[in-house]
Design a protein around this ligand. Structure first.
Ligand code: ADP
Ligand code: LRH
Length: 496
């Protein structure tokens, strides 16, 4: 068909991909043209992102997108995980490798920040859930370092990739909202917060919004990718979760979503932030979305727990096949042991099966031993945390959900979707698995005039064109209540 092709660069914590999305009236097709692993590197005691290898993957992906488009893509959009950044010196060169949000350098930053801005005040100003890696804590931890002193610019990861492709610097708003330096009501920088913490907002280039033009591929990028210019870059919801939630194929407003990949981001879409003390205590965040929306959600550990177990088993010389492992986990007895999948205790990498065993022991539950039992424990725990977030989201916002949409890589996990439906007592609609790439493509297509309408229109196109799977809730919810009670009193190492 002659519908234009938009290239979506989607960098996840576990892999990067470039997708070619064909969009026209009644048409929406997404083709994965390149996927590459995203493997962090520990160097000098610090965990880094391997950004040059990611950039290589982006260039290779754009070349492949050109082939898929039969020439050049109509535009390119970039999204990635949130909060992390690169620093540029006065010549525009990158200073060091961006630090990974799972690095422990921010351990003491929370106290430093709280001394100046009490948590309740910071929440009232920014609406952001406390997570040790929010950009503010990273910047406070980096205070006084030569790198920060030499920095003339700070670019969030997708903005850094965009800068490398175009030579133009901007700060995309949805991802900026994860820095904890944005006022979610004004949808602009919070000068009082930045001033109180001594953070120079001048480091951030001007804000841009999803749909704004963001430059053109540089001549040397065209060279590297075999593309013939001009190829425009368009700002999208550059926070992957903003793009993923834009692509939730909801029919109406009565839905909760769980964007589940490395993380499970579980909550509701609102038109205004919830900045109450109750919301803060529940550790709910207010991130900015596409088209003036707010994502009121909780970060739950997500499939990270399973990824880290797989990595541990592999290094012990007993690698597991994911499909086979999930089949065996489905046959395990349910809800024997659960852990608190929202506990920051699980953020850091390493020793995951042992840490899960410790949490089970601490709460007087049987310790899962073999990989299938550990996997069942992880998925039961995720379903339980999903239910809690979906319930809390409704209570805190006063809104009702009659459907739970599961998008992201976890939508491919049938057991997780089924358990989530059972735990929530609500139907789960699963898909698309590549929601972030769909949201990325759709915002570009709309900016180019190839797709029309607000979010409801884009979502209708998804419903009409993408296969979705529905899971009806089954069984009794009381075992889930009892499992929740077993961990309710957990005061383990991750609890404050
Ligand atoms: P991220 O964007 O954070 O890197 P993804 O959304 O790509 O994460 O999701 C990755 C996760 O999706 C994997 O860790 C895995 O658990 C799950 N997943 C991917 N493919 C499948 C599959 N075929 N079956 C079950 N789970 C899958
Ligand atoms: C998911 C995600 C999430 C953030 C985390 C750092 O990829 O963007 O929304 O909280 O990464």
């Amino acid at each position: 068909s002659r519908a234009p092709v938009f290239a979506a660069v989607d960098l996840g914590a576990s892999s990067g991909r470039v997708m070619a999305g064909r969009v026209g009236a009644g048409t929406l097709e997404l083709e994965e043209v390149h996927r590459f692993p995203n493997i962090p590197v520990r160097l000098g005691g610090t965990l880094h992102w391997d950004v040059l290898s990611l950039h290589r993957g982006v260039l290779d992906g754009l070349r492949a997108a050109g082939r898929a488009a039969g020439g050049r893509p109509a535009s390119v959009g970039i999204d990635s995980w949130a909060v992390d950044y690169g620093l540029l010196d006065a010549t525009g060169a990158l200073i060091g490798n961006p630090v990974h949000y799972r690095d422990n350098r921010t351990e003491h930053a929370a106290r430093t920040v709280a001394d100046v801005l009490p948590p309740a005040e910071l929440y009232a100003a920014t609406g952001l859930q406390y997570l040790p890696f929010n950009t503010v804590y990273q910047l406070v931890a980096a205070r006084g370092t030569p790198a920060l002193a030499a920095a003339r610019r700070l670019l969030l990861v997708p903005d850094l990739v965009s800068y490398w492709l175009t030579g133009e610097a901007g700060t995309e708003l949805t991802n900026a909202s994860t820095t904890q330096l944005i006022d979610p009501r004004a949808r602009d920088w919070s000068r009082p917060v930045a001033d109180a913490l001594g953070i120079d907002l001048g480091l951030f280039p001007p804000l841009r919004r999803p749909g704004d033009p963001a430059g053109r591929l540089l001549p040397d990028v065209l060279d590297e990718t075999g593309l013939t210019g001009p190829v425009p870059v368009t700002a999208v919801g550059s926070h992957d979760t903003a793009s993923a939630v834009a692509a939730v194929p909801a029919r109406d407003e009565r839905f909760a979503y769980i964007a589940t990949g490395t993380w499970s981001l579980a909550g509701m879409e609102l038109d205004a932030p919830v900045l109450t003390e109750e919301s803060r205590r529940a550790n709910f965040t207010n991130e900015l979305g596409v088209d003036g929306t707010v994502r009121h959600l909780r970060n739950v550990m997500g499939l990270w727990l399973l990824q880290e177990c797989l990595r541990a088993w592999e290094s012990e010389g007993r690698p597991q096949d994911l499909g086979e492992l999930l089949r065996r986990a489905a046959g395990e007895p349910g809800l024997r042991s659960v852990v608190d999948a929202a506990d920051p205790e699980f953020i850091a990498p390493g020793r995951m099966p042992d840490r899960i065993a410790d949490a089970c022991r601490r709460t007087g539950q049987p310790v899962p031993r073999d990989p299938a039992a550990v996997t069942r424990c992880v998925l039961d725990s995720l379903a339980l945390a999903h239910r809690r977030a979906v319930e809390d989201a409704q209570r805190l916002s006063g809104r009702v959900a009659d459907t739970v949409h599961v998008v992201g890589g976890g939508a491919r996990n049938e057991l997780l979707c089924r358990l989530t439906a059972d735990a929530c007592g609500l139907p789960v609609v699963a898909g698309p698995a590549e929601a972030a790439a769909f949201g990325n493509v759709l915002v570009q297509a709309r900016a180019a005039g190839a797709a029309g309408g607000g979010l409801p229109g884009l979502r209708a196109l998804l419903r009409e064109t993408q296969p979705l799977r529905r899971y009806e809730p089954a069984g009794d919810r009381r075992p889930w209540d009892r499992a929740a009670a077993r961990i309710a009193g957990d005061t383990g190492p991750g609890k404050r």
